[in-house]
Design a binder for this molecule. Structure first.
Ligand code: NAD
Length: 488
């Protein structure tokens, strides 16, 4: 661990480089490690333990042993512990945000916002765990009482990506813990430090040993034993559609519950008559938040022809005004996660230009460093460009004109993804028709920010299965037991 970075934290002990299993920090018997680097500078900030498949399987033993006591605990007691975890996250907000910036690169303000968002799930599920988990139903049998009991499924596996290293973990973990499940979690090897700091705070909050375990290492090595283990009753994954599909297949033999939050390819549709200034500023957020590395990120921006030229001009001007810099300096846009992410921007821009798109601004790596890509606007992007079909996951905004509602609906739906769609219009009938016609799990009208702990987040088609957040997010980790009672 770099002592310089640790020294800058209020509580340097939050920087952990070992896995957390059974309440103990474990370096792993093999001694293998992987590097965590700062995307802004390329500097190594930590070397984290890389566990073996056997050690990962042992984490399930530990979680299984801890299950009965945690599941039997009064929901009010679990709620108190979760509430303490929430409080500790807010107390340590600044350190958690700085750890995130160091490993993920996002601007400091966004990192602070993510910690608040991550904590909000812990608070929400602390409350939700106290709500009734028995439902009465009307009996269809004479003299019999019928009930539904909601019970924790057992040990659950949580696998999280690098773009939201804190919120993607707490959105799953708080729901699972509130439901009475025990957890084995695997964070992305790009950003494990946020998860380990959260595990430290969970332990300080009183989450008992073995209830919340974090296993670091090569994903195929440490996650595969969980997909094969029949004791792992649910697997909740956020990441790419490709890996989600593979985990789904791997989990089939043990018939697990699967929650999959996968890729997205959000269309933004802007009709004439929409508030143009607002459409520009909201679309700017939808495109460039998290430096474009967001599953909710605007990936195709369709503008009705009569306002197209004006939108292109204003959006380009606003994009040019965005600052690019190191996350710690709190710019609008930070570095991308890795070389593959930058190479993808370059490939998408090259391909779109070759197919006739116009470069309005950006379009190149920046002199700040190898992982900095300039915020970019492409106009007149044809529908057959790769960027109109594949997730770009970066700060490149493709704009295209459309003529009719039917045409743009068909174009928006012509994707394997179905996570979120953004719509700008002031015509209520059109908003209603479009909201019904768009094949997406979430539709945002005249705004960008729609997520939060009380809403069910999730997609349709190849964007995933199940929902996170809200009561539904907790029920992903619960089984229904039907009870029919006759007192005779
Ligand atoms: P990824 O699929 O490469 O990795 C996600 C997680 O899976 C990581 O923990 C990784 O270690 C693990 N993993 C990778 N290969 C694995 C394997 N062979 N076996 C088991 N586990 C494996 O995704 P990423 O690059 O970290 O994140 C970006 C992707 O996540 C994008 O596609 C984005 O759209 C998606 N995402 C979706 C949501 C959502 O809620 N729908 C949210 C954030 C990110």
């Amino acid at each position: 661990m770099t002592t310089q970075f640790a020294a800058a934290l209020h509580d340097p002990t939050l920087l952990r480089s070992a896995a957390f299993i059974g309440g103990q920090w474990q370096d792993g018997h093999s001694g293998a490690e992987f590097a965590v680097t700062d995307p802004a500078s390329g500097a190594r900030i930590a070397s984290v333990a890389s566990l073996t498949a056997e050690e990962s399987a042992q984490a399930v033993d530990v979680a299984q042993r801890a299950f009965d006591a945690w599941a039997a605990m009064l929901p009010q007691e679990r709620a108190t512990i979760l509430r303490r975890w929430f409080d500790l996250m807010l107390t340590h907000r600044e350190d958690l945000a700085r750890i995130m910036v160091a490993e993920q690169g996002k601007p400091l303000t966004e990192a602070r916002g993510e910690i608040d968002y991550a904590a909000s799930f812990v608070e929400f599920y602390a409350e939700e765990s106290k709500r009734p988990n028995i439902e009465g139903i009307t009996s269809h049998l004479p003299d019999a009482e019928v009930e539904l009991w909601l019970e924790p499924v057992g040990v659950v596996a949580l696998i999280t990506p690098w773009n939201f290293p804190a919120a993607m973990l707490t959105r799953k973990a708080a729901a699972a813990l509130a439901a009475g499940c025990t957890v084995v979690a695997h964070p992305s090897s790009e950003t494990p430090l946020s998860a380990l700091a959260l595990a430290d705070l969970a332990a300080r909050a009183g989450v008992p040993a073995g209830v919340f375990n974090v296993v670091t290492g090569a994903p195929a090595t440490v996650v595969t034993p969980w997909t094969k283990d029949a004791r792992v009753r649910a697997l909740s994954f956020t990441g790419s559609t490709e890996v989600g599909r593979m985990l789904y297949a791997q989990s089939a033999p043990t018939i697990k519950r699967l929650t999959l939050e996968l890729g997205g390819h959000a269309p933004v549709i802007i009709f004439k008559g929409a508030d143009l200034e607002r459409a520009v500023s909201e679309t700017l957020k939808a495109k460039f938040a998290t430096s474009g590395q967001d599953c909710l990120g605007a990936n195709r921006i369709y503008i009705e022809r009569p306002i197209y030229a004006a939108f292109v001009e204003k959006f380009t001007e606003a994009t040019r005004a965005l600052s690019l810099g190191r996350g710690m300096d709190d710019p609008d846009i930070g570095p991308l996660m890795n070389e593959a992410a930058v190479a993808k921007q370059e490939a998408h821009v090259r391909d779109a230009l070759a197919k006739g798109a116009r470069l309005m601004c950006g379009g190149a790596r920046d002199a700040l460093g190898p992982l900095f890509y300039q915020p970019t606007v492409l106009a007149d992007v044809p529908e057959d460009a790769a960027i109109m079909r594949e997730e770009t996951f970066g700060p490149v905004a493709p704009l295209a004109a459309f003529d009719t509602e039917a045409e743009v609906t068909a174009r928006a739906n012509a994707t394997e993804y179905g996570l979120v769609a953004y719509l700008h219009s002031q015509d209520p009938r059109r908003i209603y028709r479009m909201t019904r016609a768009l094949q997406f799990g979430m539709v945002a009208v005249n705004r960008t920010k729609v997520t939060g702990a009380p809403i069910p987040f999730g997609g349709v088609k190849q964007s995933g299965l199940g929902r996170e957040g809200a009561r539904l997010g907790m029920e992903e980790f619960m089984e229904i037991k039907y009870v029919c009672r006759d007192w005779a």
